[in-house]
Design a protein around this ligand. Structure first.
Ligand SMILES: C[S@@+](CC[C@H](N)C(=O)[O-])C[C@H]1O[C@@H](n2cnc3c(N)ncnc32)[C@H](O)[C@@H]1O
Length: 972
């Protein structure tokens, strides 16, 4: 069978950059505005994957790549067509030669403020833009471009070339996809995702013209996917209609709130934000202490809350001041009454003012565990009872005054104020209004009525606040506004589209839009001084102070309106991946693998609001998170569930079908597990590519080599058996072949593969060899999958994978060091020299060095690092080593270490004779034998001086160059 493009090559660097650009667009990504889902895959990655799977590889890999880039509008022409803004005059000027500057710029131009010549026609200006645009790097170009999804695929000219190369006859991506599908499968290709999450795969597949199937165990995910295809993909008319309905609901809710007078004050101002805090009684002095980690309300407006002691009532009055001095701002920060996990009572003397929260809650050790002390709330509790530990208090309202200025324009002015008696009366009214509706609303599902099931993530609200039902996470104002919104929506709007859109709108209101819940943080740093989002991390973190925004600040969502042909949607539903029974030619999945996101628990925050209405819209769906079926963890039961899922998917594809499994790149043991799982499921690995999809990998804890691995798989068809001792040489050959192919394809100017991609290729090569066999005599797959392992225990498969990485590390000799020299060096020396090469590519992630050390089988490498911090990791220079480690065991006794010392001596003494003599003395006879190696390594170090990523090497590199000359000229 002809191989697919993605089985042979993949432009990882460009796809990573495009994915990164998409992720950076935050809420401007096509699907994110629909609602929260964790770990959505970039659409461009899905598009590249589908096209890469469908496009056959020819015997001309260079042309294949060119065509593939055209299809994705990632070639020069495509990028130019995606350009959406002009390159600035300054940038143009800087990219031109002096002669070109004379041609285009006015003679009195200076680089800081260049001026284009007068009278240039639009056409000429465009020509200049084109000239300079083509000189920019890919990253620079992207800053001037829209995303590929924003233009209508390749140009007419590009289609001619694409069609000619592939023998197709297409004028659009859907036509292309359908023709290639026909060719390979005999029909329009069917693409499915059984872990569809936020819907990236089915959405992009349908948009590309494939028939799309999507399912996920979680109904929230299914809902988001359905909405992606039918609302966003419903085209402009659907978007307009949905928006109109939503506008009506907003207006109706707003009218009622205004009538009730619960958000307006006596001056007619409207509140746009309410800030609440907890209050507890200090066990030392008996005073009521309001809680907040800081009392700053707005950095920009310099607004703070101040606690004023009230000796008579043993509590604090809270006053709000705006425009305070910097000292007062600092004081408000320092005056936080929560520090770490203790309350700090401002009334107590310093020695007794700190009380651990656990003590306040009354948590106690009992038996082997902890017994939590808080009273557990009951369904009817909508505010704390008077004797509860944590009381809730409104401490600030932001009011908006609207007036007409002298020029007749509408103006607004915002004021932060402490609540007065009238505000407290309004709070009571809110409670009263909610009380009147509470039972009916719960019954009708307008507000949640579900219990919080304990769990890893859902324990926190129970343990730290005593909340036991989901509605306890909301205060009366929030419940009243949200309940009203639901009531009006569900009473008056019945079509499936409205239903889904409004369910999702409730999801947005409680999370990002600001009606919020008691987990919604106030962001005093933001220039707009506004709410943050609930899920700043993947947890349900309870807060000591939180905010609520009112309806008046909310916008109707401007759903993106794109067109997805409805007839391409096969089905979208909640379903366990083990249970699905739909055949697809291609499965693209991103299972909950080695990521610690507790989808099933976190989604219950939303499901509590959707529970009754999701099944009205979709009578054949279910509305709970099916925790017991969710795939999580990493133990044997997890591995077995994964095998069951993938065995089912393998069964649901034809013999010439293909799969892509995406997962986060981790260490060899994770790869080994995945190999076992896929192997046991009857799948064979044909290739693997690593795409950097995360926007914030640099900031991630552990700073591991991050990225999404695309594992390309097909059905296992052979019955071959092998022995492990046959496997090792085969893996070696496969690794080398793979690296050779990648090296041949790589572009020196604009590298496609990074150092870690080459290492990754080794993992993939090992998997390819292993999974090629139906059986390997010494590996009992079933047993490996089911047995529990000791920490650090290496399985047979893991050993093979580690060996593959070692082969790759040894095979990838740094440029300018010959194989002969390389073979003479020991692993520590190779790690150091290869590490310098990685550093020269601007790689400072600690994970990259960790991975390299693992590849060379080195345990201790930290002593070679000048900086071990995440994203600043680099090796010591010769001078930084000084005389450290010299003569010790390990790296200290190696030739490289001696060379580094000699270089440092040249820097220190300013001459080469001492170092050269030192070589002679230290190395004795060996000096002459190793002279070539010494010179090679010195030259290698000398080259570092020219690398802009390694300024710290400038002096040492110069010394290395001088010393290389001295050793070269040395003779007996
Ligand atoms: C990493 S996410 C997928 C994200 C998705 N690719 C996207 O772009 O949004 C993994 C998904 O697997 C789902 N899941 C967990 N256990 C499952 C099961 N037994 N069957 C089907 N889906 C499951 C989770 O609900 C989650 O949505």
């Amino acid at each position: 069978m002809t191989k697919s493009f993605i089985e042979v090559q993949f432009p990882v660097s460009k796809v990573s950059k495009e994915s990164y650009k998409e992720r950076k667009a935050n809420y401007n990504q096509t699907l994110t505005g629909l609602g929260k889902w964790w770990g959505r895959k970039p659409l461009i990655l899905v598009r590249a994957t589908i096209i890469g799977l469908l496009m056959p590889a020819s015997d001309n890999p260079v042309k294949d790549r060119e065509i593939f880039l055209k299809l994705l509008t990632m070639d020069d022409e495509g990028l130019w067509r995606r350009k959406n803004k002009n390159i600035t005059q300054k940038e143009l000027y800087n990219k031109l030669t002096p002669k070109e500057r004379q041609k285009w710029f006015a003679p009195d131009s200076i680089s800081d403020k260049p001026k284009l010549k007068r009278g240039l026609s639009a056409e000429e200006k465009d020509k200049l833009q084109y000239l300079v645009f083509n000189r920019l790097s890919y990253d620079e170009k992207l800053t001037y471009c829209d995303r590929p999804e924003h233009i209508n695929g390749p140009s007419e000219r590009a289609w001619e070339e694409i069609n000619q190369h592939l023998g197709a006859n297409a004028k659009s991506l859907p036509e292309f996809v359908q023709q290639l599908g026909e060719r390979r499968f005999g029909h329009i290709p069917r693409v499915g995702d059984a872990f569809c999450g936020g819907g990236s795969v089915p959405f992009e597949a349908a948009r590309l013209g494939c028939e799309a199937y999507g399912s996920d165990l979680n109904p929230v995910a299914a809902l988001l996917t359905w909405a992606a295809l039918n609302i966003i993909g419903g085209g402009p008319d659907v978007a307009k209609e949905v928006r109109r309905a939503q506008q009506e609901v907003y207006e109706a809710v707003d009218r009622l709130i205004t009538e009730w007078g619960i958000e307006h004050n006596e001056l007619g101002w409207r509140a746009d934000a309410y800030l609440y805090c907890n209050e507890v009684i200090c066990p030392e002095c008996g005073w009521k202490v309001p809680l907040a980690p800081s009392w700053v309300i707005g950095e920009k407006t310099k607004c703070v809350a101040k606690l004023i002691p009230d000796e008579i009532n043993k509590c604090f009055e809270i006053i709000i001041e705006t425009g305070v001095s910097n000292e007062e701002m600092q004081a408000a920060k320092d005056a936080g009454t929560i520090k770490g996990s203790s309350i700090v009572c401002p009334h107590c003397p310093e020695s007794t003012q700190s009380t651990p929260i656990t003590m306040l809650r009354g948590d106690r050790r009992s038996g082997g565990g902890i017994q939590y002390g808080l009273r557990l709330w009951e369904n009817e509790d909508i505010v704390p009872r008077p004797d509860d530990v944590f009381q809730e208090r409104l401490y600030c309202i932001r009011w908006v005054e609207t007036y007409i200025d002298e020029e007749g324009k509408k103006q607004t002015q915002r004021y932060y104020m402490a609540p007065d008696e009238n505000d407290m009366r309004r709070e009571r009214k809110v409670l009263e209004l909610l009380g009147e509706r509470f039972n009916e609303w719960q019954e009708k599902g307008y507000i949640p009525s579900r219990r919080i099931e304990p769990g890893d993530k859902t324990d926190e609200p129970i343990r730290t606040r005593g909340w036991t039902y989901w509605h306890h996470l909301f205060n009366p104002r929030q419940l009243l506004t949200l309940g009203l919104f639901s009531e009006i929506t569900y009473k008056y709007y019945h079509s499936k589209l409205y239903h889904v859109e409004n369910l999702l709108e409730v999801g947005r209101l409680i999370d990002t839009k600001g009606i919020g819940c008691k987990l919604l943080r106030w962001n005093s740093h933001s220039s707009k001084e506004m709410h943050a989002t609930v899920f700043s991390n993947q947890a349900l973190n309870t807060l000591y102070n939180y905010c609520h925004r009112t309806l008046c600040v909310l916008d109707i969502i401007n759903e993106k309106a794109l067109y997805v042909n409805n007839s391409f949607i096969l089905d979208i539903k909640p379903k366990d991946a083990r249970q699905i029974d739909v055949n697809c030619d291609i499965w693209i999945t991103d299972p909950p693998y080695a990521d610690a996101i507790n989808y099933h628990e976190l989604s219950e925050f939303f499901l509590a609001w959707y529970q009754k209405h999701i099944i009205i819209a979709f009578p054949d769906w279910y509305s709970d998170s099916k925790r017991a079926l969710a795939i999580t963890g990493a133990d044997e039961s997890f591995r077995n569930s994964m095998v069951d899922c993938y065995r089912n998917l393998a069964k649901l594809m034809p013999d010439n079908g293909m799969q892509i499994v995406m997962f986060t790149h981790q260490d060899a043991s994770v790869w080994a597990d995945l190999a076992l799982i896929l192997w046991a499921a009857g799948l064979r690995v044909t290739a693997a590519w690593c795409i950097a999809t995360e926007t914030d990998t640099a900031l991630k804890e552990g700073n591991y080599v991050q990225g999404t691995v695309l594992l390309v798989l097909c059905k296992h068809t052979s019955n071959d058996t092998a022995f492990t001792d046959e496997i090792y040489p085969e893996v070696e050959e496969e690794v080398k072949n793979q690296l050779d192919e990648m090296l041949a394809l790589d572009d020196k100017e604009n590298p496609n593969f990074s150092d870690t991609d080459y290492q990754l290729a080794a993992y993939a090569a090992a998997l390819r060899v292993l999974t090629k066999y139906c059986n390997i005599e010494d590996i009992d797959v079933a047993r490996e999958l089911t047995r529990s392992r000791q920490q650090g225990e290496q399985s047979q498969v893991e050993k093979i994978i580690v060996q593959a990485v070692k082969i790759a590390c040894d095979y990838l000799v740094p440029q300018s060091i010959d194989n002969f020299t390389w073979q003479d060096l020991n692993p520590g020396e190779r790690f150091y020299l290869k590490g310098l090469e990685i550093e020269s590519h601007g790689e400072y992630r600690s994970g990259a060095y960790q991975e390299l050390a693992r590849g060379f089988g080195i345990r201790e490498y930290r002593s070679l690092l000048a900086n071990a911090q995440a994203n600043q990791t680099r090796l010591k220079t010769a001078s930084e080593f000084a005389s450290r480690m010299l003569g010790d065991t390990g790296f200290g006794v190696t030739l490289v270490r001696h060379i580094l010392f000699a270089v440092r001596e040249v820097v220190r003494t300013g001459e080469t004779v001492t170092s050269r003599n030192w070589f002679r003395n230290e190395l004795g006879e060996n000096y002459w034998k190793q002279r070539r190696t010494i010179i090679t390594i010195l030259n290698y170090l000398a080259n570092l001086g020219q690398n802009q990523n390694m300024p710290q090497w400038e002096e040492d590199a110069n010394a290395a160059r001088l010393l290389a000359g001295a050793v070269e000229n040395d003779h007996i």
